[in-house]
Design a protein around this ligand. Sequence first.
Ligand code: NAI
Length: 246
Amino acid sequence: MKLQNDVAFVTGAAQGIGKAIALALAKEGACVIISDINFEAAEETSKEIDSSGNTSLALRLDVSDPKGIEDAFDVAIKKFGKIDILVNNAGITKDNLIIRMKEEEWDTVLAVNLKGTFLCTKAAVKTMSKQRYGRIINISSVVAFMGNAGQVNYVASKAAIVGFTKSVAREYASRGITVNAVAPGFIETAMTQVLPESLKEEMKRQIPIGRFGFPEDVANVVKFLSYKDSGYITGQVIHVNGGMYM
Ligand code: NAI
């Protein structure tokens, strides 16, 4: 078990990709903090981990709430003593063509996807730099590299995460903290379930591997980046998209 004695904090970990990441890290022996705005679902995920003999803690957390983040990190550090791995996974969409996009749709998506990543990273590096060790993995998206009509707010947030990742990687490389991004393609979760069938079929034709991704496809890469012996990889974006973007 490669993550025995490691403590991992995962945002948006109640379902979808975040849940798959939490399960994968726990399976390698990490104690996992399942933080999510949906506490009931976070508790379910936490129970699933605990019942398989691993350790987790469910926390209610809205990543756009600075005070909430401070409190959540305090609780986590009081319970486990440290944070070795942070996965900034919580993310939302509020799609619209730019001409119809309301300021509220822009602000909310940027507040959760980008500011949430900033605030959680800031909280984590405080404790990681004292330990002189850390692994931070930010979830971007293939659309940050391709653009996507109807998603200017989401794409702007996911592209900004790439620049953010590289900058924090440079700030903290000397403290033993690596910072990388994972850019998933089309992954089968609640976020993509709502898309019309015709659009899904069209998207599938653009994927050389010929299928949509599973949350576990993303979780495997996050798990790899969180290992101690992945310490020479920093400031990178790993694409997990079935070849949809090369
Ligand atoms: P999902 O909608 O299934 O899960 C998102 C989770 O985040 C939910 O548990 C939700 O309660 C939580 N959440 C939402 N707002 C929150 C907030 N303010 N604070 C804390 N938690 C919050 O989404 P999915 O598909 O699992 O996405 C996870 C990440 O992967 C997101 O950042 C998303 O942008 C990204 N992504 C997803 C892709 C896909 O095809 N599904 C493709 C590329 C990136």
